[in-house]
Design a protein around this ligand. Structure first.
Ligand code: SIN
Ligand code: MN
Length: 264
């Protein structure tokens, strides 16, 4: 398939749409792994661009509670040309558009979760829609979270865990947790996680840099701290249909971008 990315560091490998088996698996599980979507060279360029962005002392860089190192660098497409190109990359957008029926989508959040060696803290059990709905007034759980692994993700460096199919009963009950980490999050309690996980088990996608993940807005997920000596950086683009945009604007722009111009 043709594509129109011109940044020298982003040379498309595969823009393939999901096949019918992959579409079915995504509907069933709410999460899908797409290996080898970005090359090692591309990931190296992304990581190189990230060095100067993470060094900046700006509100878009959110720091870990206990160590002060950067947990999440946000608003990246407004801070660096490479990320501006990346949010329009067809390898991310083709499968997202496909599952949303081709409606116009905008970049709701553009970040890297850094999870530094030894200091990267956990992400509590949650699903993204709870925060999008309670904080931003997003009406429906339609947003998609598109990840690119920027380091090899292993069992050691704080990988994400998902409860596949946890979206099928509709959004689970949540409560706001402002104390566990520096990032306020609407979280799912242990009783709900236990019953969902006992029914559906857990999956923990691992893989080399360049692996892509796509998951839905009401799929329950979490990740443990990074106690290893290796980083676990993950790029995350959240896309949302323009018709499902935020109704409340109380959070800062980098947490939910106000610009709903459709991505290319
Ligand atoms: C993580 O980076 O481990 C969590 C990301 C997410 O919850 O979307
Ligand atoms: Mn999440």
């Amino acid at each position: 398939m043709e594509h129109n990315i011109t940044h020298p560091a982003l040379s498309a490998l595969s823009t393939d749409a999901l096949n019918s088996e992959q579409l079915q698996a995504f509907e069933r599980d709410g999460v899908i792994v797409l290996p080898g979507r970005f090359s090692a060279d591309e990931v190296e360029s992304i990581n190189a661009a990230l060095v100067e962005l993470i060094a900046e002392n700006v509100p878009e860089n959110i720091r870990e509670k206990s160590s002060g190192v950067v947990r999440t660098a946000m608003g990246l497409h407004l801070r660096h040309e490479l990320f501006r190109r990346l949010v329009n990359d067809p390898r991310l957008l083709v499968p997202a558009r496909q599952t949303l029926g081709g409606v116009p989508i905008y970049a709701q959040q553009v970040k890297v979760n850094a999870k530094e060696p030894f200091t990267g803290e956990q992400w509590q059990w949650h699903y993204d829609f709870a925060t999008h709905h309670h904080e931003d007034g997003v009406p429906e759980p339609l947003a998609l979270n598109l990840h690119i692994f920027l380091d090899e993700v292993t069992e050691f460096n704080g990988p994400l865990m998902f409860i596949p199919g946890s979206h099928l009963d509709g959004p689970a009950p949540t409560s706001l947790d402002t104390t566990t980490t520096s990032f306020p999050l609407w979280t799912v309690g242990p009783d709900v996680v236990s019953s969902l996980a006992q029914r559906n088990a857990l999956v923990c996608p691992k893989g080399p840099p360049g692996t892509m993940l796509m998951f839905g807005d009401s799929v329950v997920h979490a990740s443990p701290p990074n106690m290893s000596p290796w980083p676990r950086r993950i790029f995350s683009l959240i896309v949302n249909p323009v018709s499902n945009r935020q109704r409340s604007h109380r959070r800062a722009d980098h947490l939910h971008h106000r610009d709903t111009t459709p991505l290319r």
